[in-house]
Design a protein around this ligand. Structure first.
Ligand code: CTP
Length: 407
């Protein structure tokens, strides 16, 4: 059970704080909400009290005898601020402490996770950019806002990430700090290209060859990398919903579409993480029309041709052109034992020539669609790390290994 302080500032998405409180309390955590006075223009204190099962009193000068202005920060295991306005970011970066949220933030040594939400112009304004950079330099985790419809007719980056994404990243931050994964800080400002999901190779207008990948591991990697300050592009193959809290998101369907985007973006990347399950083959003559059983008969044959191996060709290109991009490959295997899994992983690391290979045992299919996983992380520097836990936590472990190879 964690003691969580949730700061809510004055933006239209303040109502989404209810989802954050729900998700934290349902996971057994204790939540103390500190709204700013402007937040209370958007959401009522009664709602926040009822959902958090805790009193809500944002007044700095009530219960002075309890020294509340520092007590809440001192006792917290985690502080989340969501939504965080441009005004809040400026005040926090400057260390202004003239309200309860401000004093709490200066008094805490707990991890702080901030989820900004504002109009695109405000998010991209040089003063906000500078304030976010200052906070990240101090170790504050500042999530990238989602891109989409904003309050008016406009759309762009500035939407509050979904409550589940905020909570998952915040809990992973606590977990990473407790395991002292200090290398993660090196990801700040690095450009990371991540693939996720499973490609679909069309047979005809309605049918395809696919696989069981849910994309959860790749999405988790993108969320954790973005929260560490990396500039993330997630290339998602057929993800069921648009992922939240991941930075730039590009949708693809086929292996060839994924290969084209990754080839285009590779020269400007510091790391490529191939978490996607890419089909090794595609149908040679897929039909733009629906194939009819009456024409195919009782027996029919599909001719498959090899797709490009995106990871292997990227590694080759990096080697030939002197690009300084690290590469991470994945291996989903069905081994008879842990020893065999590590042996297969070591051989795949050598064959693909990547810097890190993450192997997991998918026997029985249980890992697909699950929030939990068990992985072996092999590094070309010879290190091996093993991790079991949530896919978000596994992402911290994988990214920590990657960051250790970054200068
Ligand atoms: N991969 C890729 N392009 C492909 C196929 C796979 O980039 N056309 C990437 C995957 O994203 C993953 C890694 O390569 O990171 C391992 O893929 P896998 O299919 O397990 O490796 P294979 O070389 O195909 O080996 P296997 O014999 O086990 O199928």
């Amino acid at each position: 059970m964690l003691r969580v302080v949730l700061g809510v500032t004055g933006g239209i998405s303040a109502y989404k704080a209810t989802g954050i409180i729900r998700s934290l309390t349902e996971a057994g955590h204790q939540v103390k909400v500190i709204p700013t006075s402007n937040a209370l223009r958007f959401i009522g204190a009664a709602t926040l009290e009822a959902l958090s099962h805790n009193s809500v009193d944002p007044d700095l000068y009530s219960d002075v005898a309890e020294v509340k202005h520092v007590q809440l920060g001192q006792e917290a295991d985690l502080v989340i601020v969501a939504p965080a306005t441009a005004n809040f970011l400026a005040r926090y970066a400057a260390g202004i402490a003239d309200d309860l949220l401000g004093t709490t933030l200066l008094a805490t040594k707990a991890p702080v996770v901030v989820a900004p939400a504002m109009h695109t112009e405000m998010w991209q304004h040089p003063s906000t950019v500078r304030n976010v950079a200052t906070l990240r330099e101090r170790g504050v985790v500042v999530l990238e806002p989602d891109t989409g419809r904003l309050t008016g007719a406009d759309s762009g980056p500035g939407r509050l990430p979904e409550p589940e994404a905020i909570v998952a990243t915040a809990l992973a931050t606590v977990e990473a700090q407790s395991r002292n994964l200090k290398n993660l800080q090196r990801l700040s400002g690095k450009r990371i290209l991540i693939s996720a999901g499973g490609t679909h190779e069309p047979i005809d207008a309605v049918r395809y060859i696919g696989n069981s990948s849910s994309g959860k591991q790749g999405i988790a990697l993108a969320q954790v990398a973005a929260s560490a300050g990396a500039i993330v592009t997630l290339v998602g193959a057929n993800l069921p919903v648009k992922p939240s809290g991941v930075g730039e998101y590009l949708h693809v369907a086929t292996a060839q579409e994924m290969a084209d985007i990754i080839s285009q973006r590779l020269p400007s990347c510091d790391a490529l993480i191939m978490a996607a399950a890419v089909s090794d083959y595609r149908v040679e003559d897929s039909s733009p029309l629906k194939l009819k059983k009456s024409n195919l008969g009782d027996r029919t044959t599909l001719t498959l041709v090899a797709n490009p191996d995106i990871l292997a060709t990227s590694v080759e290109r990096i080697g030939n052109s002197g690009l300084s991009c690290l590469t991470v490959g994945f291996a989903a295997e069905t081994p008879a034992s842990t020893e065999e899994l590590e042996d297969l992983a070591a051989r795949k690391l050598a064959r693909k020539g990547c810097d890190i290979l993450v192997a997991n045992d998918v026997s029985g299919g249980g890992v697909f669609g699950s929030d939990r996983t068990s992985v072996v992380i092999l590094s070309s520097s010879g290190e091996t790390a093993r991790f079991s836990g949530s896919k978000i936590e596994a992402s911290s472990a994988i990214l920590n290994s990657l960051a250790s190879l970054m200068s």
